[in-house]
Design a protein around this ligand. Structure first.
Ligand code: AMP
Length: 392
């Protein structure tokens, strides 16, 4: 693969015990999975290994348990996975230890076993070598398919790959192919849309991408720091005062690349039944807060997006979780859906937005990793991938 790591096409898994790190960290409400996209995205790798006749041993974390926590058992994942694979998935009582080893020793090629939540052991996040060795003892080879956790050096994502030969799974391969094109060789025009609440969380991303993009569209809470840098009054809008100088320097260095909103939806309250009005960026009332981009900005953004060959989106352009402020984010998602070029949605909030608007299927790629896709696009090394075996 382009990133120089061994993949499933380098592995003959027949008869082997394969430990597969997945990202089954799915949202739960009253014990029910509310979005199983991450489970669905792992089916390609699991199906491939079943077909080859491997003994498939799946590992994942779920949530942030402090020790054993019955509310964060992987049982709902085992049930959902079993439905999707149409075969039994055996949930083991723990992720390491004698009972687990015994169950695996009885498994047959094609069987699927799921280890219990690896974060029930604090050694997981501590990347404890002895704990990684216990995990490694369960298998002959390791496959990492947990893109959403690849930016973490934990025992089951990184430690174990120093003991067992490690391969990239099909989801990691797909994520790296799509996100990799953006940072290495994007078709032009290449347009990035950035939103989210604060500039300072996106500085590394902006620094890595701004030299590469043809246009950068800025929306969301970040907007107001840029408007302030231009000397405008921003009323009660969110301001990241530590980043005003940084925003000013970007506007000076890249005046042609950066496109800011020209109008905004403002409100006197951050709520679903708030009174709203549309104002120019030059007329934000002192007692109002900007919470979405306005209609003229949506048209301008959509025009740039639709004529791009590559579009990358990271961060909502308004408070899309609340109905009165979702229109800008919806317009961005719709323009991307109409764009004929390659459209990539970074994980986290932007992925949640395209799901909410029912447009995920219209994108070239929606990343399953929030923090991981952000760090990859910032140009950082993801430890869970770095530890895998290099290809020739
Ligand atoms: P982040 O986690 O920094 O990517 O920010 C995502 C959040 O930014 C979302 O939950 C949005 O609701 C929020 N957001 C977008 N636009 C604004 C805005 N104008 N003011 C405050 N928050 C916003």
């Amino acid at each position: 693969m382009a990133l120089g790591k061994l993949t499933l096409s380098d592995l003959n898994a027949a008869g082997k015990r394969v430990l597969v790190r997945c990202d089954f960290n799915v949202p739960l409400e009253n014990g029910e999975i509310t979005d199983s996209r991450r489970i669905e995205e792992s089916l390609a790798t699991i199906g491939h290994l079943i077909k080859q006749g491997a003994i498939v041993i799946l590992a994942s974390h779920l949530g942030r348990p402090k020790g054993i926590d019955n509310a964060l058992t992987l049982e709902p994942v085992a049930n959902r996975l079993s439905e999707l694979l149409d075969q039994p998935v055996t949930l083991l009582p723990d992720c390491v230890g004698f009972e687990v080893e015994k169950a695996i020793s009885k498994a047959q090629p094609g069987d699927v076993l799921l280890l219990e939540n690896v974060r029930f052991h604090p050694e997981e996040e501590a990347n404890d070598p002895a704990f990684a060795a216990k995990l490694a003892k369960l298998a002959d080879v390791f496959v990492n398919d947990a893109f959403g956790t690849a930016h973490r050096a934990h025992a089951s994502t990184e430690g174990v790959a120093h003991i067992l030969p490690g391969y990239a799974g099909l989801l990691i391969e797909k994520e790296l192919q799509h996100l990799g094109v953006v940072v290495t060789n994007p078709a032009r025009p290449f347009v990035a849309i950035m939103g989210g609440s604060k500039v300072k969380d996106k500085i590394a991303l902006i620094d890595n991408l701004l030299p590469k993009v043809d246009r950068l569209l800025i929306g969301g809470g970040m907007t107001y720091t840029f408007l302030k840098a231009q000397g405008k009054e921003i009323g009660k809008s969110i301001l990241d005062s530590s980043s005003i100088e940084y925003a000013a320097s970007l506007l000076k260095e890249y005046p042609e690349k950066i496109l800011l909103p020209v109008d905004l939806v403002v409100s006197d309250a951050f709520s679903a039944d708030a009174n709203t009005m549309v104002v120019s960026v030059d007329d934000i009332p002192a007692d109002q807060e900007g919470l979405d981009i306005g209609p003229a900005s949506r048209v301008a953004f959509a025009e740039v997006i639709k004529s791009a060959q590559t579009v990358l989106w990271n961060g909502p352009v308004g408070v899309f979780e609340l109905k009165p402020f979702e229109g800008g984010t919806r317009a961005v998602a719709e323009a991307m859906a109409e764009c004929k070029g390659t459209t990539i949605v970074g994980g986290g909030d932007s992925a949640a937005a395209v799901e909410k608007f029912g447009l995920a299927d219209k994108m070239s790629h929606v990343s399953t990793g929030g923090g991981a896709s952000l760090e990859f696009l910032e140009g950082k090394v993801l430890p869970g991938i770095a530890a895998l075996r290099d290809s020739e």
